[in-house]
Ligand binder design. Structure first.
Ligand SMILES: Cc1cc2nc3c(=O)[nH]c(=O)nc-3n(C[C@H](O)[C@H](O)[C@H](O)COP(=O)(O)OP(=O)(O)OC[C@H]3O[C@@H](n4cnc5c(N)ncnc54)[C@H](O)[C@@H]3O)c2cc1C
Length: 354
């Protein structure tokens, strides 16, 4: 590995502690770059976050992920060896009010153990073992300022952070736009052209196990749903490491339905998605009662179209990466963050300056 030789190491800010930002930060740190990661949330993870309830963990963003890229495959093998990921689901269905059909022709997928956010937590922890790195949570970056010393980041509390040689933005493009627009028209235009769709994700913890679905089997793990509101249901207690928790469902809405119901009250959304789920069982079937339910709105859930670019950087000292640069997948976001970090390292080694 090439360490960047310099009297004072490069100093880079990464905005966003989702998987793209953490993958980018880790690789930069491995090359001796001083990195500070900022996130507005109280924990790392972004759209790989897991909701913690008294009754257990429920993934409300990514449910499972594919592994195709060779470098990602190698990282996932390492995580697997550390007990952080495992195959899931192995028993999936296609379901509608007309019945359930086994549907296991998906590529093999993985889930975090014991929750999806275990992966991003691990990346955040390993990044901070490098010298000159920091993770600043609960810090919403609201503006960038350029000075002769470099970039200054201003947070929502009015505090300044910096100076930094480079700023990597992994936030969804609508959130990136106000940060880059005053400074870089190319990046601003890239944000404007990357529209994002919204998605409601509901949860329901039940006071007993679900009955066997019509045409299905009792140990189903995930189902793709044919219904105008509901598109996917997963059973969190069937995920590796969560066997002790009660029947606990994640219910993902269709994107079109989410657009129409974007401003609805979360509890109303939770009721609608549960009502959609109940249509998958005959009306005469008694279902267990919900002991906890709610819904989370992902305003910027996924890009409306896939792109073939992995990242963007410019001479302004600003760079962008994340899932909006390829497809809305955990794997794409990780690859995007790593490849941007490698490009920045290569650039610094070639130029000996930024
Ligand atoms: C409901 C849902 C289901 C999904 N299901 C799957 C799936 O099954 N399989 C799959 O592969 N992928 C799935 N995805 C997609 C996957 O979750 C994403 O592609 C991936 O997590 C994106 O990672 P990222 O780092 O690019 O962005 P994010 O995870 O969104 O990270 C961006 C971070 O920036 C932070 N941030 C935003 N603005 C600011 C600011 N101003 N200052 C500081 N921090 C800020 C946010 O808090 C966030 O942590 C799903 C996504 C959703 C929403």
């Amino acid at each position: 590995m090439t360490k960047i030789a310099s009297a004072s190491p490069l100093n880079i800010a990464v905005v966003g502690a989702g998987i793209a930002g953490l993958a980018c930060a880790n690789l930069l740190a491995e090359h001796g770059v001083a990195v500070t990661v900022f996130d507005k949330a109280r924990g790392p993870g972004g759209r790989m976050s897991t909701k913690r309830l008294d009754q257990g963990h429920l993934d409300l963003g990514a449910q499972a992920f594919t592994v195709r890229d060779p470098a990602f495959k190698s990282a996932v093998a390492d995580w697997g060896a550390s007990g952080l990921v495992a195959h899931w689901p192995l028993i999936s269905y296609q379901a509608s009010s007309n019945g359930w059909q086994l549907h296991n022709d998906l590529p093999l997928r993985y889930s975090g153990v014991p929750r999806m956010s275990a992966i991003t937590r691990h990346l955040a922890d390993s990044f901070q073992t490098h010298p000159q790195t920091a993770l600043q949570l609960a810090t919403r970056i609201e503006a960038l300022q350029r000075s002769p010393e470099g970039w200054q980041l201003q947070d929502a509390e009015g505090y300044g952070h910096g100076p930094f040689d480079y700023v990597v933005l992994t936030t969804p493009p609508p959130q990136t736009l106000p940060l880059v627009a005053p400074w870089d028209e190319t990046l601003a235009e890239a944000c404007r052209t990357r529209e994002q769709r919204s998605c409601w994700a509901a949860w329901a913890v039940l006071d007993g196990p679900l009955p066997i679905p019509p045409g299905g089997q009792s140990d189903w793990q995930m189902a793709r749903i044919e219904h105008p509101a509901l598109r996917l249901v997963s059973r969190n207690q069937t995920k590796p490491g969560r066997e002790q928790q009660p029947e606990s469902l994640s219910l993902m809405a269709h994107l079109d339905w989410s657009d129409t119901h974007l401003e609805d009250d979360p509890q109303v959304v939770a009721e609608s998605l549960w009502a959609a789920f109940t249509t998958l069982f005959p009306a005469s079937t008694p279902l267990p009662a919900r002991i906890n339910s709610g819904a989370h709105r992902w305003r910027y859930a996924q890009p409306s179209t896939a792109d073939d670019q992995l990242y963007l950087y410019s001479d302004s000292g600003l760079a962008m990466c994340g899932d909006s640069f390829t497809a809305s997948r955990v794997e794409s976001a990780w690859v995007s963050g790593r490849q941007l970090a490698q490009a920045l390292v290569d650039r610094s080694v070639q130029n000996k300056a930024w």
